[in-house]
Design a protein around this ligand. Structure first.
Ligand code: ZN
Length: 373
């Protein structure tokens, strides 16, 4: 009798976690490679996914869930999805059906709450045949002539990065600067810029590194904008990977924040950590840090000419995005979005131009120095 009661109590304890999850909203993001649907949830949900053919569909069943979300309009679903429908095939099951234009691969996973969002169910879809994968082609090493700069605009999609008081989002500012920089590099003979993201969508830290590797990049620059509780904090800073730890408390905090990007942007974490660890096995860290410091030094010198520097010295911290790359790599914070004046400036094309121009001159200076010219 006692055993029976215990069993009953355990069931009661386990079930409330699963009961009554609300779908609060559904958002979409589009990259050249995939479409992402994000379901904002009131709590973790139990789900199953299967596919149907004739016509092609992906079906997602959510247990004990109710929809309070307005489904996105069909025309906002991107090139591979025709429609998103919902219904209740049986009691306690909320079903979403995605109608597809072509056969798609899918990856569905839960993301735990972050600073920006609560529980999320992420649905990534991409074509099985990948005609659109032409946007970033791996480079054939025999044909490579240009000095390739991989420009990594931080954040994107669900991850807005730092937020200004007037609503400025780091992800938009750094994309604008990065696009400008790429444009400048591509005009210069012998140089080529490659962006890790080309729009407002999230790219995992692992994929940013993968792009740099595939492009056989010569130098990697991750572009960010800072925020601090102290509103007077202003100016640019340049960070390189530290093998021993952060050179300052600010650096430690910053690395923690920037490294949380995958949590906010939404990636399947188990797989992510494993891959980054694997990629880190074969690295000549000393050479890389020395060269990264040299490049960061030139960057600060050029940025100092057009505006304020937060620190004149190159800073060090343990940034994930700099870790698994075997080339000189710098994380640049172009200014403080939390500073009123800098937030205003960071919203202007003129300031984007100034910053991109400084980075461009630094790259030219560094690569000439590297080649002993
Ligand atoms: Zn950032």
């Amino acid at each position: 009798m006692k055993r029976l009661i215990l069993g009953f109590v355990l069931f009661q304890l386990a079930s409330p976690v699963l009961a009554g999850v609300d779908i609060l909203s559904i958002r979409t993001w589009h990259s050249p490679l995939r479409t992402r649907l994000v379901f904002d949830l009131s709590g973790p949900v139990v789900y199953s996914v299967f596919t149907l053919t004739g016509p092609q569909r992906i079906v997602i069943d959510l247990k004990d869930a109710a929809s309070k979300a307005v489904p996105p309009a069909d025309q906002t679903l991107g090139p591979w999805l025709l429609a998103l429908r919902s219904g209740n095939p049986s009691n306690g099951v909320l079903r979403y059906v995605l109608d597809l234009t072509v056969e798609l691969e899918h990856d569905v996973f839960l993301v735990p709450p972050s600073t920006v969002y609560g529980h999320r169910l992420v649905v990534d879809v991409e074509p099985v045949d990948k005609p659109v994968r032409t946007s970033i082609k791996p480079v054939d090493s025999a044909k490579k002539k240009n000095y390739v700069v991989v420009i990594d605009p931080g954040h994107g999609g669900d991850d807005p990065g730092a937020l200004g008081r007037r609503g400025t989002r780091e992800k938009n500012v750094v994309l604008a600067i990065s696009e400008r920089l790429k444009w400048m590099l591509d005009l210069e003979p012998g140089l080529a810029g490659q962006l890790t993201r080309k729009g407002d969508y999230y790219v995992s830290l692992r994929n940013r590194i993968k792009i740099a590797t595939e492009q056989q990049a010569d130098v990697f620059i991750s572009v960010h904008a800072d925020s601090a509780r102290r509103r007077s904090a202003h100016g640019a800073s340049a960070y390189v990977l530290s093998s021993t730890g952060a050179s300052s408390e600010i650096g430690r905090e910053l690395a923690k924040r920037e490294n949380a990007s995958d949590l906010i942007g939404g990636v399947r974490l188990g797989r992510q950590e494993h891959s980054v660890r694997e990629m880190m096995l074969d690295m000549s860290v000393d050479w890389k840090i020395k060269e990264s410091r040299a490049f960061a030094g030139v960057l600060l010198h050029e940025l100092g000419k057009v505006g304020f520097l937060h620190t004149k010295q190159v800073q060090e911290a343990g940034f994930v995005v700099l870790k698994a790359i075997d080339i000189p790599a710098v994380l640049l914070e172009v200014g403080f979005i939390s500073n009123e004046k800098e937030e205003l400036a960071l919203n202007t094309a003129l300031h984007h131009e100034r910053i991109a121009g400084s980075i461009f001159r630094a790259i030219v200076g560094y690569c000439m120095r590297e080649h002993g010219q």
